[in-house]
Design a protein around this ligand. Sequence first.
Ligand code: PEP
Ligand code: MN
Length: 264
Amino acid sequence: LVSRKWKVNPTSIDLGDGVFISEGDMAIMAGPCSIESEEQINKIIEHLKANDVRIMRGGVYKPRSSPYSFRGLGIEGLKKWYTAAREAGIKIITEVMQVSQIEEMYDYIDVYQVGARNTQNFNLLDELGKVDKPVLIKRGISGTIDELLYSAEYVFSAGNENLMLCERGIRTYERASRNTMDINAIPIIKEKTHLPVIADPSHGIGIRDYVEPVALACVMAGADGVIYETHEKPNEAFSDGQQTLNFRDSEKLINKIRKVFELR
Ligand code: PEP
Ligand code: MN
């Protein structure tokens, strides 16, 4: 069902208030790895508004390799974020880690993110298929393109057609970067499916200074959107600071993404 053979017209996702994720648009989603405080939320929102970015990313439930790392502010943090974002006209995308969180988060989010560690959590995918809110599925840490498409098939076949896919780098033998951003995957997935394809260069390379060139390469490769990490003080971020852009670099990136998109 997610194949272009089944549906020729590209899927367009309407988040309301004139915010779309679709072919021919360039959706920019930015924000911290983790939502940390009300103060931080307000600073990020201000930065996004100043640059006409309408979708904010951030985790309140974080999948951390170590159980001793910061694991997010949870639902109370999400509620505060929601209040501030609604007032500013900003949409929210955040990671859902387990089935029970789908309902808990429902009133406070615009897009559910399925993280790379949950791409093949088939129970979670089944349940997201029954929800009437958009879902972004990230590629698994060592997942193939076909495995990602089958994960999408779970959600789509259960009834939720508001779906997008995200290339966020895969684990390879190369350790010079956190992951290997599979730029090849972008045109391949675009050709195979009618779903929007989003690039996550932050997790894709994991090194702050290279987020911009990788992001721009993904735009040229045909991505319908870019999701990346930004923070008012990246070096003090609770998670993923090493790949997080400060506001100055984030603004530069936004402008370049829009310019490169026009060239396409
Ligand atoms: C994130 O977006 O912060 C995240 C944890 O991403 P991924 O699931 O791609 O590792
Ligand atoms: Mn992160």
